[in-house]
Design a protein around this ligand. Structure first.
Ligand SMILES: Nc1ncnc2c1ncn2[C@@H]1O[C@H](COP(=O)(O)OP(=O)(O)OP(=O)(O)O)[C@@H](O)[C@H]1O
Length: 823
């Protein structure tokens, strides 16, 4: 038979279901989960949707529900010693196999869907039979009284049981438009504190899931959670210890929402297919509530604690607690009265645990291997739950004490303290009205019927307990206050003998003390410090973005205060680390209970460390990051300008290098010209002398530089009285060298015709060996002939069109001396 489509309800979640199960709009859900989870209740703002129970009116709920709800609301099941069992039938657009009678809180199977028409359909009676989509009446009817019981010191458990897709998650978590029991309960917790001025509270949350018989801490980082599954250890009596389990101190609704969001997030990312896992795991959200009466003594005057100079509050959770702590309150801690507290008047501390559980839904066998395995675990644990409930019901009815197989599954082991009686329990059994799901619904109803007869005897746990966190924080606050008062009293005398520097240190130490007192004080909630009407009023705001319009002095103050906080937090971390290191090592033959105790203590300290570190990150890390961003932004403009300037300089340097290269090339060209000139002159001279190449004198030509040949040339011309513009006698420029002209043009042929030796090539090595050397004017050497060798410049002179032109250019022969020839 095809499953009928469910009525589409605006805003209800579209969480993908197991293949084949209907979702809210009747479509078959895909087997894979989308990235985002609609189960995430962090978006729910209960402030918007919750109505205080006192303001709930009959008109607020549907006609069918009115009567049932009003009756249930007036009947405080949270104070009864039996399990409250309610049935919630999911709405449907198709035919329903069940006929509910809200007036009598009963339901029975529609005879049309009964297997045999001969026997009359069985009628089931419960504490409430509810239908419809609104979650508000559900909370008021099945959960509110139990939440209040938890606030009053009783352990309380609320859980949803039913077939897959019957509405358990919708009932517990809800969605944006219909927040479920968990967000509403949290809102109610803070409202309760608000209405209870005579007590003070400390709240801690944990969130875990049981998947394939392994307990995962949803608040621990996924990797460490996977590596270190939570273990159940035995505590005092029936109590149990869960370790390692992260508990987070919460001081506001916003804090709780954050914890829920994180837990859901870890759950999603901890597996590749969140949907299948989520629908196949039992999730448990726990809140440990410690409370005690507020006294009139000085220790409670916390509202007088001065704020830091910047008016900001310090982080609202996570504090160092001196010395070792023992186990989670409410889960098997020693109950020996503490002498210290007694000595101060023996005010007792109430500790209770509120557990809100979304059980996995049972499902028929599937072809998928992994899911078959998961289904096996789920069915086993649900079956064990059924057996445990059955035995308990039997024991109660027949006054027997048969063994109860709590240890057969993690779920029942975890629920042992509650199921064995020490809790107020409310069970919401969700039913899919689909005629195709009659047999599953029937088994749900039978489970509901059985659990109804389980006998409870919940006791308030109210003891004088120095180990309770609230007590330890109180004690530390008192000690810190005493130290502060003492320092303040001694200040006038002491300051007189302190240097300026020491005085600054002293005032810093006092400020630290004050900050610490405030931090601890903020953890303890009272009707004055909590404000349930605002999402997060009880939690102090963390320092926000630094305003750069502030004066430098103000900024300095801000910086100083931030530094102080960092230092104070660092000190806390160090002291916690030291405390952790100082733990006695566990001897191999230590009894199991001793080992458990030590492990638990260590886990607690680690938890506190983590809380402190997280507080540090939340409250200082982020603001400091913001300060850094702002500073970076401000300096970015200047940085950009500097970068621009540097780039310009680099461009200029590149240009310079290019020019230098060019100049170097020119110099090389000049050098080549010079060598060519020297070679030419040598050859020229050798032509005049007619000597053998071996006898060629080494000449050093004057450099064609300002101080070399060009200068000599200019000087010579000036000495001869030639006008500088006398073009006929002007030595061609370096570039337009006469050598080039004469060697390549007509000049060369003239030169060659003038002297046949010009036709001979001079060996290259001899060219290389020729250099000029300037010689002082007055010559003792005959002008035309010396040592049988002729010195002369005739051909050049001829080339220049003048008889002695060459002499005029290169000087007289006496200026040209063969190297190595003694004058
Ligand atoms: N009372 C209700 N009114 C409207 N829609 C509902 C109601 N109960 C359940 N639904 C819708 O039916 C679908 C299945 O519900 P839900 O996810 O709560 O089932 P479940 O019992 O938690 O399933 P599982 O065991 O697989 O986790 C969801 O889309 C949900 O929004």
């Amino acid at each position: 038979m095809n499953k009928p489509a469910l009525a589409p309800v605006p805003g209800t979640p579209t969480r993908p279901r197991t293949p084949g199960t209907p979702n809210r709009n009747g479509a078959v859900s895909p087997s894979l989960m989308p990235a985002a989870s609609e189960m995430d209740v962090s978006n729910i703002d209960p402030e918007e949707v919750l109505v205080d129970y006192q303001t709930v009116e009959a008109g607020d709920i549907s006609g069918e529900l009115d009567e049932a709800w009003l009756r249930a609301a007036t009947h405080d099941h949270g104070k009864e010693d039996k399990v409250m069992v309610s049935i919630r039938i999911r709405p449907t657009e198709g035919p329903s196999a069940w006929v509910p009678h809200s007036s009598t809180n009963s339901l029975k199977l529609d005879p049309a869907y009964a297997k045999t028409s001969s026997t009359p359909a069985q009628t089931f009676n419960f504490d409430a039979v509810l239908t419809g989509t609104p979650n508000k009446p559900i909370y008021s009817t099945v959960a509110r009284s139990h939440v209040h019981a938890a606030m009053e010191g009783f352990n309380a458990v609320i859980f949803a049981y039913g077939q897959t897709a019957s509405g358990k998650t919708f009932t517990l978590s809800g969605d944006d438009t219909e927040p479920g029991i968990i967000p509403r309960a949290m809102r109610d917790v803070f409202a309760f504190i608000r209405r209870t001025p005579e007590r003070e509270y400390l709240l801690r949350c944990s969130y875990l899931e049981i998947y394939n018989e392994t307990i995962h801490d949803l608040l621990a980082p996924p990797t460490s959670a996977a590596k270190n599954p939570v273990q159940i250890q035995g505590g005092v009596g029936n109590e149990i210890i869960l370790a390692p389990l992260r508990e987070e101190v919460v001081t506001s609704l916003k804090g709780v929402k954050e914890v829920l969001r994180r837990g859901e997030g870890n759950r999603r990312t901890a597996c590749t297919d969140w949907n299948e896992r989520s629908s196949r795991s039992h999730s448990v959200f726990r809140m440990v509530i410690e409370s005690r009466e507020r006294g009139s003594g000085a220790e409670d005057d916390d509202d007088d604690v001065p704020l830091p100079s910047n008016g900001r509050h310090t982080p609202g959770h996570g504090r160092n607690t001196p010395g070792p702590r023992s186990q989670t309150p409410g889960l098997g801690r020693s109950q020996t009265p503490g002498p210290v507290l007694q000595a101060r008047g023996g005010r007792s501390v109430q500790t209770s645990v509120l557990s809100l559980i979304d059980l996995a839904g049972s499902e028929k066998a599937t072809s998928d291997k992994d899911r078959t395995r998961e289904g096996k675990y789920i069915n086993t644990s649900l079956l064990t739950l059924g057996t445990v409930i059955g035995t308990l019901a039997d024991n109660a009815a027949k006054h027997k004490k048969d063994h109860v197989p709590y240890r057969n599954s993690k779920l029942t082991r975890m629920l042992q303290p509650s199921l064995s009686g020490n809790a107020r329990i409310s069970v919401i059994c969700t039913v899919n009205p689909d005629p195709g799901a009659v047999s599953e619904s029937m088994s749900t109803l039978l489970f509901a019927k059985r659990i109804k007869s389980v006998q409870l005897h919940a006791q308030k746990k109210e003891v004088v307990d120095t180990d309770a966190l609230i007590e330890r924080y109180r004690k530390e606050i008192e000690e810190l206050k005493e130290r502060l008062a003492q320092r303040e009293a001694e200040a006038p005398v002491r300051n007189r003998r302190l240097s300026a520097r020491e005085q600054v240190d002293e005032s810093k130490a006092m400020k630290d003390l004050n900050t610490r007192i405030q931090q601890l004080t903020k953890l303890i909630l009272t009707s004055q410090t909590v404000d349930e009407s605002k999402g997060d009023e009880s939690r102090p705001g963390s320092p926000v973005k630094i305003d750069f319009d502030m004066s430098p002095y103000q900024l300095q103050q801000e910086l100083l205060s931030a530094r102080l906080q960092i230092e104070s937090q660092s000190t806390q971390i160090l002291s916690l680390e030291a405390a952790l290191d100082a733990r006695p090592p566990l001897s191999a033959d230590a009894p199991e209970s001793e080992k458990d105790r030590l492990i638990q203590e260590q886990a607690k300290t680690i938890k506190e460390l983590e809380i402190v570190v997280r507080g540090y990150e939340d409250n200082l890390g982020e603001p400091l990051r913001q300060v850094r961003e702002d500073v970076e932004k401000e300096w970015q403009v200047k940085l950009d300008e500097e970068i621009k300037k540097r780039e310009e300089k680099e461009r200029w340097a590149d240009e310079l290098v290019k020019r230098l290269e060019k100049e170097k090339k020119m110099r090389m060209t000049l050098e080549e010209e010079r060598r060519a000139l020297a070679a030419f002159v040598t050859k020229f001279d050798s032509l005049g002398l007619g000597g053998s190449p071996a006898a060629t004198p080494k000449l050093r030509p004057p450099m064609l530089t300002a101080g070399g040949a060009a200068a000599a040339y200019a000087e010579r011309r000036a000495g001869l009285g030639l006008a500088s513009n006398d073009s006929t006698n002007t030595l061609p420029s370096v570039i337009e060298s006469p050598i080039r002209i004469d060697m390549t043009g007509n000049g060369m042929s003239k030169l060659k015709s003038h002297h046949p030796l010009m036709l001979e090539e001079m060996p290259e090595e001899e060219w290389a060996d020729v250099s000029f050397e300037m010689h002082d004017g007055a010559s003792e050497v005959p002008p035309e002939k010396r040592d049988g060798k002729m010195f002369g410049v005739g051909p050049l002179g001829a080339a220049a069109g003048k008889k002695d032109g060459g002499r005029a250019v290169f000087g007289d022969k006496e200026n040209l001396v063969p190297v190595g020839v003694k004058a």
